[in-house]
Write a new protein. Structure first.
Length: 268
């Protein structure tokens, strides 16, 4: 485990970041998590973070710091730990790493991912003094994971950026059937859901967005779906070709508001 107080250019000097190895029931490997929390004690809600295909890289860790700056205990689990124990710090973006990561994604199972997410949230409560109230934020593959989590875990709120493969069987956790078919479980849990899509997404077309929107409405899920005009897939993270500051800033405001309302009762 490493422990550091953030004093770098991110500006989150009141955030504490830790890396720990967590035991997961039923797993012979230990799962590394990156945990970021406010430096001041308090009854801080948990927010699980589902990273992109690239795993727990610096983009994911920065999101955790930003969430902690808003008063949450953010925890990013390495969901690849069973298939690749050396993946704890994520992968640089490259064609070779993309191929490797997709091979790891193909080995994920619903039950194992659920166990990992539950272990990560439990760790945050035991070791960071976090509150029971829990949410999740995910990006691309992590958005797909976040949607899945809303069907299995007791989550107050979920925010998912451009979650792919929800309507397509056979990919990621849309096995054996598409995740969108599990939407009724989200309604039963009372989870509030916010989805952020891009108008020019090469992964998710308008028909898929409409199908997800329809499933949420038909199931009675409390939700908002935003399609950001002019944006492309993976618009959130600065420094990448598809970054769109307007879409990133507007969507982040909605994430902050969602978690403030659903996790903190409108305060903080």
């Amino acid at each position: 485990m490493t422990y550091e107080r953030e004093l770098d250019a991110t500006g989150f000097s009141e955030v504490i970041v830790e890396r720990r190895d967590v035991s997961v029931p039923g797993s012979i490997t230990r799962m590394t998590v990156c945990l970021a929390r406010p430096s001041t004690p308090g009854d801080h809600p948990v927010v699980l973070v589902g990273p992109e295909l690239w795993g727990v890289n610096e983009d994911a860790r920065t999101v955790a710091r930003r969430l902690a700056a808003h008063g949450h205990v953010a925890v990013v689990p390495n969901l690849y730990h069973r298939a690749d124990p050396d993946s704890a710090r994520g992968f640089p973006r490259s064609d070779a790493n993309r191929t490797h990561a997709f091979n790891l994604v193909a080995r994920l199972t619903r039950d194992e991912v659920e166990a990992d997410l539950r272990a990560a949230a439990a760790h945050a409560r035991r070791h960071a003094g976090a509150a029971d109230r829990t949410g999740m934020l995910g990006f691309s593959l992590g958005g797909h994971i976040a949607y899945f989590a809303a069907t299995r875990l007791d989550l107050a709120a979920v925010a998912a950026y451009y979650p792919g493969w929800l309507t397509t069987p056979g990919t990621a956790l849309s096995r054996p059937g598409p995740l969108v078919d599990q939407t009724h479980r989200i309604a039963a849990a009372g989870t509030a859901l916010a989805l952020f899509y891009a108008e020019h997404d090469h992964v998710i077309d308008a028909a898929q967005v409409a199908q997800v929107r329809g499933a949420l409405a038909d199931s009675g899920v409390r939700h908002e779906v935003t399609v950001h005009p002019g944006a492309a897939h993976a618009f959130f993270f600065p420094g990448h070709a598809t970054y769109d500051k307007v879409a990133a800033d507007a969507s982040w405001e909605r994430v902050v508001a969602l978690f403030r309302t659903e996790l903190r009762g409108g305060t903080g």
